[in-house]
Structures are given as C-alpha cells and as structure tokens.
Design a binder for this molecule. Structure first.
Ligand code: ZN
Length: 700
C-alpha cells in the first residue's frame, strides 16, 4: 500500500506552488502599495467632545477649518476629555452622535476617525462619571493601584474593551487611534505597573518560576549584575507580551467587522514596556495586512523651556527609528495640554511640527484646540499660523519621506530599561536609561539607530544589554564615552580596546584645560569651568594604559595647579576602533567656542570622516540629515536660539557643489559651495531667523 498517491501529491504540490506564487505576488503588491514614499505631510487635528457633542459648536469648528482649507487632512475625534474609561452606555451614545459628525466632516472634505482616549485608562480623574465594575486596577510592585486605569490582562475588562472597539467600528470611522494610555508606566498616582495577582501568575507561566511582588522587587535590584539583568529582561518581555495580547485582541475585534480598518497607536519613549514597536505594529496590522499608523509623542506642553522642543524631537526620532518601513503615516503628537493659548506660541507650535518631521515623522497630529464648549476665536491665529506653515511641512515630507537618518547616536536598544539603576538597586523606582547629549545643539547630526551611526555615544550601564560580540563590534567603530562607561568596559575585560583607565574622581573645583593637540585646533590652554559647586557632577582623572593614546585635556584647580593627568583623550585600538573618553561633563555645558569646536573635530575624527555633515560655525543649531543617496540629499536644521544667525557654515559630505535652502515660508535660495575640506563641501547659509527651521535639498 502506498502511503502517498503520487498524482494527488503532484496536484497538491502544484497547488501549493501556485498558492506560494500568488502569496508572493500579493505580498509584493502589498509591499509596493505600502512602501510608497509619502508625497506630502499627513496632518490631523484632534477634537475634544466639547467641540463635537453640540452640533452648532461642531459646525463652527468646520467653518473655522473651511476658512483655512487644507490646514488639515483629517479630523480625529476624542471619545472623552477625561482619562479613565467611559461607562458603556455613555460610549455607545457618543458613537451614535459621532457617526453623524464624521459623515458631516467627510462632506466638507476631511477624512474622519475616532481617537479612543481611554482603552485601559490613565490617571485618577473624574472617577464618579467613569467606568465602574468588577475589574482589576493596574497595580504597582507594592500593591498600590490607580483607580483610573485597569489591568490589560484582566479577561473581564477585556470584554469591555472588545465592546467599545466594536462600537467604534460601527460608527464607520476612516481609522481608529489607540491613545497612549496603553502603557504600563505612569498611571498616576502609581508609577510602574502591572503587578496584580493575575499578572504575577502570567509571569510564572512565562518563566516557570513563582515570584511574589516582594521577590520581584528584591531580585531585580539585589545580587550580581547578570542575575538582576536576567529577572529584569524577563519582566520586560512579559510587558511586551501584555501589550501584544491586548493588541491582538483589539485587532481581531476591529478587523473581523472591517478588515481594512487602519489602526494607529500613540506612543512615548516606551522603555519599561519593552519598546517593541515593530512587533506591535505587526500585531495591529493582523493577517490581513491592514494599514498601521503611528503617533510618536512626548511631553512638551508649554514653551517655557525651549531646549525641550528639540529634546522631544529626539525622543520622537528614537520612536520612529524602530518602526517598520511600511508604517508610513507617522503623525507627531503636538500637544498644548491644557490648551491655554498663551502657554505655547503659535510660532513654536509650527516649529515643533517641522522639528519632529526633521527627526523622522511624516506629519503631525495637532491636539491644540479648546477642551471647552466655547467659541474658538482665540485659537484662530494658531490655526492661521499652521495653515501658513502647511506648505513647508509638505515640502519637508516630500523631500525626506521615510529615509533613514545619518549621524551620531546614543547607544540604546529595546532592553535598555533593564540597565536602569543597575548598580544602585531599586529598579522599579523608575528612571530614564538614555542621555540627551548637548552635542546635538552644537550642530552635530542626530540619529537614533546606533548600529548605523557614524559615532556612537556611550554612557554608564548602556553596554550591559550587549553580548561580547556586539561589544567588540561596537569598539571597532567610532565611540565617544563617559568615564563611567570606560570603567564598566574595563571591568568587563575590554581594557585593551579602550586605552585608558580611571584613577581618581573629584566632586569639587576642577576645571578642564585643553592641550595643544591638533583636535583642539587653535584652542590650546583654553578652559571649561562647569562650576562643580553649583552644577554637581563628579569629574574623572584618567591614566593611559596604552602608549598610543593622546591627551586632549587635563584637570586643574582654581590655583592653576595640575590636578591629575588626563580627563579627556583619544585612542585608536587594534580593531581599528577610534575611542574618545571624556571625564569632564561629557554630555552638558558645551556652550564655549573652544569646547564646541573641539567636540566637532573629535566627532569628525572618530567617524573617520563618515559623518554625513555638521555645522562648523559657532551656533546653537539642531541638525537632522537623511542618509544621502545618489539621487540627492535632504536635511533640516533649526536655529535653536533667540538670536538671528548669519553665515552658518554647513559642512556636507557630498559631491554636490550647490544646494537649495527652503525657509518656513517656502522661499528658496540657491547656495554654491565655498570650497572643500577633505570629503566635505562647505556651504555658507546667509541668514536664519530665531526659532526657524530650514530645509536643505540637493539633486543632480
Ligand atoms: Zn495586572
């Protein structure tokens, strides 16, 4: 007896082959469709219920947008104005109204979708009018809860979630946005969650070990580094799984009713959740490969602290860097909470959108209008400013699209949260694993994927997530590191590749003094005093462990006495890696001409002249350069100061001898190269206004 009928087998094989070819074709079709670079920016306004529940107020809103036609493509409607989940009957009633509002918006030419503010909820606010029921609240490691947020693993609560998503689909939106309440950190009044009994049981199933909350707190913070890391990494994976399960459920509920419904997700820097954006995007897309959108965000609600603007762009750039290429609609969160007009200037709102596009977004979602049922007169100048800026956003996106950034990157990865307070203990008390280097303000191009960066910046703890092979690979590239990072690398056995060791530290009265090294240019003997008695930070004395090292600066005190050898030096190791160790404020207070010049020379040397460009003149400028291609280059920079800047010197690693600069009014100016310096062309930008961004493009 033959086990397989050969004819049937051949037929089945042919069918399988045909299926594979069809599948491949459909994948290619899918790929062709979704990999298309955007032609213009994708812009939406997010609208509070106060502006859409009343029909007359809603019509006023539509009239306002009609006066500034094309300021937005989409109107995205919040389901509520307060953050805990809504009772089902309220949600149902709102979707009935919203269905009509979305139809009316479409008639005026806008795409219209729903933004569910609360899937699991966020913060204790308006509790008496919010969802009540036998649901588990998110719980911290000490057993405390937030009454405004529910555990995403509670199967009873998941039924509520399923129902609200079904209600949204039945309101026939063009898309659905999941808000940033879907997170495990920061549900006030508690911080890191969820450690409820059910979540602890799930962790036991995942790891095969039983932990109490107390065990987890202790084991993640005590013992050897590797032991702590193993518990922490397991918990980060548990968090990734939690969000994956929630999204899998939402995706099925939505797509079984409407298979093509685009789902969007709003994030921040989701380190504690395991930063699994590519996998979550895949989950939200589902088997039917529905479109997924993203809204990266962060906290920059008022314009009091201007450095926070570019700071948020860096957070956003990092979020974009882990998104799959087929996520094309990336609208940055622009939020003016609590929406008081005088708290953030219209000029800054426009610059913010442009700055986040420079860092990787392809559009913006403006959450800037009133949350009151009131006339919108005071918001009209802001809408007018964004209308005026719209052509610039479009121009930026058309030139930059989804092209990768090139430049200098901080070392981080999806596991970085596992390294927080690794030596100090208290993992679950929170913290940010990533530094914000000030060198970006000096005109060094920012990128966020260290694996492709020209220079990698390394602070303490960040190497703990890397394997031996990855660390050796890292040290064969251009690396700028703090003395704390040097100490850790040396302790891990990589001393032969670093060239230096720490021999002393001081927390008072040290001043950095430059040597006559060529990387210091004309600034031998110049000093940088960051006044340790005010801006407290330990500084480090280094010693050479290899004769091939060179010294860039030393430490002196207020009596001009030499206080300990080297504090900054460079070394080229046997792997070909170029290393710079900086023991004196490596990440901050670099605003002198001498330091600013030195650090640019150092980064260019570290990169072996592969930096795609930088600002050579002494200006406060943030710069983002997309990886140049044969068919052209695109970059953008912002004047991040209150002074108008003349004669900004932009060095570009390109063969193009002329570039076009486009200001925020879309005025174009052609600039020819003023000469060469190695592989770099020098372009002098005549004028940039304070807080203005300029787009730079070149094409054959
Ligand atoms: Zn839980």
């Amino acid at each position: 007896m033959r086990l397989i009928n050969p004819i049937l087998y051949k037929c089945a094989y042919a069918l399988l082959l045909t299926y594979c070819i069809l599948l491949q074709a459909s994948t290619q079709l899918h790929a062709q469709k979704i990999f298309k670079e955007p032609e213009k920016a994708s812009v939406s306004f997010r609208i509070s219920p106060a502006l859409w529940l009343s029909e007359s107020r809603f019509n006023e809103l539509l009239d306002l947008f009609d006066r500034y036609k094309d300021v937005t493509d989409e109107l995205t409607f919040f389901t509520s104005a307060t953050h805990p989940p809504l009772p089902l009957d309220v949600f149902r009633e709102r979707m009935t109204v919203l269905k009509r509002r979305m139809q009316a918006a479409r008639k005026r030419g806008y795409a219209a979708g729903v933004n569910i503010l609360s899937t699991i909820g966020h913060h204790e606010e308006n509790l008496e009018n919010s969802l009540q029921g036998a649901y588990t609240h998110v719980t911290d490691v000490e057993g405390r809860i937030s009454k405004g947020s529910y555990c995403p693993n509670d199967t009873n609560f998941q039924q509520y979630i399923s129902e609200v998503y079904r209600l949204m689909v039945r309101a026939e939106p063009d898309y659905i946005w999941i808000d940033d309440d879907v997170r495990l950190a920061g549900h006030m009044p508690v911080s890191l969650t969820c450690f409820c009994n059910n979540c602890m049981d799930i962790f036991e199933k995942e790891t095969g070990k039983k932990y109490t909350r107390t065990d987890l707190a202790l084991l993640s913070s005590q013992g050897l580094v590797l032991q702590k890391l193993s518990v922490r990494l397991a918990w980060l994976q548990h968090n990734r799984n939690t969000i994956h399960r929630l999204f899998s459920m939402i995706e099925k509920e939505v797509h079984q009713l409407k298979p093509s419904m685009p789902l969007g997700f709003m994030t921040g820097d989701r380190f504690f959740e395991g930063y699994d954006f590519d996998e979550w995007a895949e989950t939200l897309s589902g088997n039917g490969h529905a479109e997924v959108r993203w809204r990266p965000g962060g906290g920059y609600y008022v314009d009091n602290n201007t450095a926070e603007l570019a700071g948020k762009s860096h957070d956003i750039g990092r979020q974009v860097s882990v998104l799959p290429k087929d996520v094309v609609s990336i609208q940055s969160e622009i939020e003016n909470f609590p929406y008081q007009r005088l708290k953030k200037a219209a000029n800054i709102v426009a610059l913010e959108a442009a700055s986040h596009i420079a860092a990787g977004c392809t559009g913006a979602a403006f959450n800037v209008l009133s949350f009151y049922d009131e006339p919108l007169d005071e918001y009209e100048p802001l809408v007018a400013k964004l209308y005026q800026s719209r052509a610039f956003f479009d121009r930026m996106v058309k030139s930059m699209g989804r092209k990768e950034l090139s430049g200098a990157s901080v070392l981080w990865d999806k596991n970085s949260y596992a390294t927080v307070n690794i030596n100090e203990g208290k993992w679950l008390s929170g913290g940010n694993p990533v530094i914000r280097p000030e060198v970006y303000e000096a005109g060094m191009p920012a990128s966020y994927n260290y694996k492709d960066a020209s220079v990698i910046m390394l602070d303490k703890n960040s190497v703990y997530t890397l394997s031996d092979v990855e660390i050796k690979n890292l040290l064969s590239k251009g690396v700028y590191m703090s003395a704390e990072a040097l100490q850790q690398l040396n302790e891990m056995g990589y001393g032969a590749l670093t060239g230096f060791k720490v021999v002393d530290t001081s927390s008072a009265d040290r001043i950095e003094q430059f040597t006559g090294h060529t990387l210091n240019g004309l600034f031998a003997d110049r000093e940088r005093d960051n006044r340790q008695s005010f801006y407290r930070e330990p500084v480090y004395s280094l010693q050479k462990t290899d004769n091939a090292t060179e010294t860039l600066s030393k430490l002196i005190d207020y009596s001009r006495q030499d206080k300990g050898n080297i504090t900054m030096g460079v070394f080229e190791n046997r792997l070909g890696g170029r290393i710079c160790v900086a023991g004196y404020y490596p990440w901050s207070y670099m605003g002198n001409l001498s330091k600013s010049s030195q650090i640019k020379n150092v980064f260019r040397w570290l990169s072996r002249e592969t930096l795609p460009g930088y600002i050579a003149s002494f200006h406060k400028i943030n710069l983002w350069i997309r990886t140049p291609e044969n068919d052209g280059l695109a970059l953008a920079f912002s004047n991040s100061s209150f002074d108008p800047y003349r004669d900004i010197v932009l060095m570009l690693r390109t063969s193009f001898k002329s570039i076009k600069i486009v200001n925020m009014n879309c005025k174009e100016t052609k600039i020819s190269s003023s000469g060469e310096d190695g592989p770099y062309q020098k372009f002098v930008i005549p004028f940039t206004a304070p807080w203005e961004m300029q787009l730079v493009i070149a094409a054959p």
